[in-house]
Write a protein that binds this ligand. Structure first.
Ligand code: PLP
Ligand SMILES: N[C@@H](CCOP(=O)(O)O)C(=O)O
Length: 469
């Protein structure tokens, strides 16, 4: 399997190189040159198998010789042993034919742990093989940052620098990043939005001299390995509900488009997915795009589901690339328009291709709070605000009642205690391993929303930085 850039002008890479590369050198995102597929018999054999075993079968076609089964299998077993639920990602029924796929039983209580626990181990393995070091730079609206810090803390070959928007993440999310004492961890508050943080990360990758001098690597979902690891739970849930013998639909709380893109990859690999529904909060650029045909950024509005307060959805580029039938030149044109004017209009054929697989719906703040309160009252189940956004969209969809509908449960409600308490009067408690989080000392510099200041800070603290030539 080789990896090509969506913009068509970067070197073609093997998996291990794409793993360390982050953004492609032409500013694009790496994708496999072909999507591997599983036969219906192979899909059927995944039903009821342990999570790590399913992960081995789904991930194997994407990796290279650095991850032979004798390396990958123990790595997967170790990664998912860190989850607090024996099923790793259990399904919980909340209504007739509607299920929540709980993805938040990992160490930092959000779905990001599923991929990050593996990514940390994979990167360490490749860096050790090469006797190399890397400087990880990432942007977070709250959850990627804590998951990355947890996965990389204390690792000798990596320093991790996470940019988060000051004042725009929950207190629990911030403290999960700022209370980690390991010297290789740097959680940096930026006076801006998540979109600003993500733009700075991309700018650092596009500054080739800086990138090479610091040996930059990325752990956001610009990294293809993140997507692959997330494909696994679609197969786990789909086969538990009858695939390949019957189709399943998924409703996905969406921001940067990594999670729902993983569902699309699962479908391309042979999982019978009927519909993939993009669920957004009031930051609804993707809903507007599917509705009007125009992708147009507006200002980010803070919400009770802050991890989805995103306007520039990185992985939408990967879907557009497919919808444009892999025409990298056409994609470069759309991305140039986005850069110049903050908007673009994909051709009708691409929009139709997207609408053939995807629906989209938006949930406002009142609907989110009402959904948390009502579902708690009627079923006893406590939703976090991100999952509530998707449950609300799911309830309003015209749904084929013969197709099971799975809502991705992306975070534990205790990560957002204020929003949950405002909605339903109950304050969810943190699990025992985080019980004293609010008492732990914090360490977090604040930097201006300025790429020069950020690069200077990272260059000063990164152990992998080569001297300036
Ligand atoms: C809790 C939670 N739900 C949903 C999302 C949206 O996921 P994605 O960015 O993959 O679309 C995020 C952030 O990524 C998140 O942290
Ligand atoms: N919601 C995310 C934003 C970054 O998304 P990623 O999947 O590209 O890492 C977060 O919690 O940080």
């Amino acid at each position: 399997m080789r990896y090509i850039s969506t913009r068509g002008e970067a070197p073609v890479l093997a998996f291990s190189d794409a793993l360390l590369a982050g953004l492609a050198r032409d500013g694009g995102l790496y994708v496999p040159d072909v999507f591997p597929s599983l036969t219906p018999q192979e899909v059927a054999r995944l039903a009821g198998r342990p999570y790590a075993e399913v992960a081995g079968k789904v991930i194997a076609p994407f990796v290279d010789s650095a991850f032979t089964p004798d390396v990958l299998t123990p790595m997967l077993e170790e990664a998912y042993a860190s989850f607090r639920h024996p099923a790793t990602t259990p399904l919980v029924q909340i209504a007739p034919n509607r299920f929540v796929l709980e993805l938040f039983h990992g160490p930092t209580l959000a779905f990001k742990d599923v991929a990050m626990q593996l990514l940390g181990r994979m990167m360490d393995h490749v860096l050790t093989q090469r006797d190399a070091r890397a400087t990880i730079v990432g942007a977070t609206s709250g959850d990627t940052g804590s998951a990355a810090i947890e996965a990389f803390r204390g690792r000798a070959r990596t320093d991790v620098f996470i940019l988060y928007p000051a004042g725009r993440v929950s207190e629990v999310q911030r403290r999960q990043m700022t209370t980690v004492p390991d010297a290789n961890v740097h959680a940096i508050a930026i006076e801006g939005t998540f979109d600003d943080c993500q733009a700075h990360v991309k700018a650092m990758f596009n500054n080739l001299a800086f990138r090479d001098r610091l040996h930059l690597a990325g752990v956001n979902s610009i990294n293809w390995a993140r997507i692959v690891a997330q494909v696994v739970y679609y197969f786990v849930a789909g086969t538990a509900l009858g695939a390949p013998h019957r189709p399943v639909s998924f409703v996905v709380p969406t921001g940067n488009f990594g999670d729902v893109l993983a569902g699309y990859v699962a479908k391309r690999m042979g999982l019978p997915i009927s519909r993939l529904t993009i669920a957004t909060n009031v930051n609804d650029i993707l809903v507007r795009t599917l509705g009007t045909g125009r992708y147009e950024t507006t200002g980010v509005v803070p919400s009770s589901s802050p991890s989805m307060d995103i306007q520039v959805s990185s992985n939408f580029e990967r879907l557009l690339f497919e919808a444009l039938e892999r025409d990298a030149g056409a994609l470069r044109g759309l991305m140039a328009a986005l850069h110049q004017s903050g908007a673009f209009s994909p051709p009708n054929s691409a929009l139709e291709a997207i609408r053939a697989d995807f629906d989209a719906g938006r949930t406002d703040e009142t609907q989110t709070a009402d959904t948390i309160a009502r579902v708690r009252r009627e079923t006893g189940y406590l939703l976090d605000p991100h999952t509530a956004v998707a449950v609300s969209v799911a309830e309003r969809l015209a749904q084929d009642r013969h197709v099971p509908q799975v809502v991705l449960g992306t975070a534990h409600p205790a990560k957002f205690p204020d929003a949950v308490e405002r909605a339903c009067g109950e304050r969810p408690a943190l699990p025992p391993h985080l019980a004293d989080l609010l008492e732990r000392p914090e360490r977090t510099p604040t930097l201006p929303n300025d790429i020069a200041a950020i690069e200077a800070y990272i260059a000063r603290h990164a152990r992998a930085a080569e001297p300036v030539a």
